[in-house]
Design a binder for this molecule. Sequence first.
Ligand code: NAD
Length: 330
Amino acid sequence: MQALITGGAGFIGSHLAERLLQDQHEVTLLDNLSTGRYENIAHLDGHPRLRFVVGTILNESLVDKLVERCEVVFHLAAAVGVELIIQKPLDSLMTNIRGSEVVLEMAHRYRKKVLIASTSEIYGKNINGPLREDTDRVLGSPLKSRWSYSTSKAVDEILAYVYWKEKGVPTVIVRLFNTVGPRQSGAYGMVIPRFVSQALKGEPLMVHGSGKQSRCFLHVTDVVNALVKLIDHPKAVGDVFNLGSQEEVTIEALATLVIRLTNSSSRIVRVPYEEAYEEGFEDMPRRVPDTSKVRELIGFRPTMHLEEIIQSVVESMRQPLPTPAKPPSP
Ligand SMILES: NC(=O)c1ccc[n+]([C@@H]2O[C@H](COP(=O)([O-])OP(=O)(O)OC[C@H]3O[C@@H](n4cnc5c(N)ncnc54)[C@H](O)[C@@H]3O)[C@@H](O)[C@H]2O)c1
């Protein structure tokens, strides 16, 4: 298989690249190195079946060439992370909506299969749980960055779905819930790398809001295994799948666990949402996926518990990525 991964130098993209190379596939990565890092893939550089292209999914002629040459596309490039979306709302919208449109248009032109990485953010404030793929979305004002981000990813889903329904482009939509593992950056609001980094430095762990909000974390290797199976499964085409863990933890309990696992002297400090993000910031108190659909289709089951997941992040942060040679120029 010749695979194109957009966002291939990102956290999930770099793990997916490793996995596809191990499975003997040919892999092309397209990334503009905005939130992604060359360090994430430097260890793969020089691999005979890997090609890394620095560029943006908004560059139509570039995407045209790369999609033409591949057989399947994993479309992971996106503006990711609550902090980034709040800091750069317009860029984020353009990347997510226009960028996905370009990728899907080229997939249509060359009749290629596309897997689109969507997000649990599309469920918005719906606290009913576990959330099924057909559960209602509950959103606040579109003028709030978080809900415009949710909408941008929902538009991606709609585009992918209608390209399948109307034009027959084989698309698969995967709604990722919180995904964690080595190489995830804490710089854009991702909680586990942020907590682990704070704990290892002996700094206070900043818990936003009351800390009673809960989340479920899935290890990136489980995500990658599922993505590879889903793109290969004929019954996944034209459909949408939740992908996440059901092991629920409050953010307060998570902070305590990180402190224990790192043997840190850090303390926990609560920061109001308005201070951490922006005035009127809204968070969801709970977010748990129903994963029966993906379990039934590909036998998905998480293989790692929360403690093991945190340990893997701690180990990777204790051995920082080697400083690489210069990344290739665009
Ligand atoms: N990590 C999670 O918990 C999570 C949860 C839900 C959904 N997702 C989705 O998974 C995908 C991958 O996320 P991630 O966690 O690996 O984040 P990431 O930020 O590490 O990866 C995104 C990659 O896209 C690249 N990118 C951004 N704009 C681009 C552009 N215009 N052209 C080319 N490349 C561009 C970035 O440089 C980065 O490498 C995203 O679509 C995201 O919405 C992730």
